[in-house]
Design a binder for this molecule. Structure first.
Ligand code: URA
Length: 219
């Protein structure tokens, strides 16, 4: 019997199938697909924007300067990148690191949703505007919503979505870095939070008693 959990095999198999993706124009300019990396059954998942130069070359997300900062922030809360899962909205590098285009996001988003479904994180931390808008389904920018967790349904499960500033933006803006650090410091508490499963519509629940006190903060 294999020692590798089935989910890890499934995620690996999915990564292999995505490696030859040609759903959008970015397939032409990439060195390789940057699927994602880390613990395939992580409780905490980060979603960034798109691979940059170094990520495209190495095939791993967040390995450049922004990645170094992300690793430092993780270390600050006692975590290593191998404890979490890191992915991006786009799996291929946009030329010259330009912004993702709407049709590229649309072509790629099912890869991300499938990843979330397989990893089953309890907290999904979105890094920057693109991931935040896509996964919240709302147009509100990161400056408005950073540090404000919201319960949402992703991959058919209840997760806590936690928008954060993108580390690349914080690299050169000390005030933003301070905010990112203090938002980051709340992650352990959010991970310790128990989520209420998405309820099936059930008329019998209408007269159900109030939830226990520790769950009240979610609403
Ligand atoms: N920025 C991102 O959004 N993702 C990466 O993988 C690297 C930099």
């Amino acid at each position: 019997m294999s020692a590798v959990p089935v989910e890890a095999n499934d995620l690996q198999a999915y990564a292999s199938s995505v490696a030859s993706c040609t759903r959008c124009r970015l397939a032409q300019g990439r060195t390789q697909v940057v699927f994602g990396s880390g613990n395939p059954s992580a409780d905490l998942m980060f979603v960034g924007e798109a691979p940059g130069f170094h990520e495209d070359k190495q095939g791993l997300p967040f390995v450049g300067q922004a990645g170094k900062l992300l690793e430092k922030l993780l270390a600050g809360i006692g975590l290593h990148r191998s404890d979490v899962y890191i992915a991006n909205v786009l799996k291929c590098r946009p030329p010259g690191n330009r912004d993702p285009q709407p049709d590229e996001i649309e072509a790629c988003e099912s890869h991300l949703f499938r990843q979330i479904e397989m990893i089953e994180p309890t907290v999904v931390a979105t890094l920057g505007n693109f991931a935040t808008k896509l996964l919240s389904g709302r147009p509100l920018g990161i400056t408005r919503v950073h540090g404000q967790e919201q319960e949402t349904t992703l991959g058919g499960r209840s997760v806590l979505l936690y928008p954060l500033y993108h580390p690349a933006a914080a690299l050169y803006t000390p005030a933003m870095l301070e905010v990112l650090e203090s938002d980051f410091a709340r992650l352990p508490a959010l991970l310790g939070r128990v989520l209420v499963p998405t309820p099936e519509p059930d008329l019998a629940l209408v007269a159900a008693p109030s939830p226990p006190a520790e769950q009240l903060g979610l609403f």
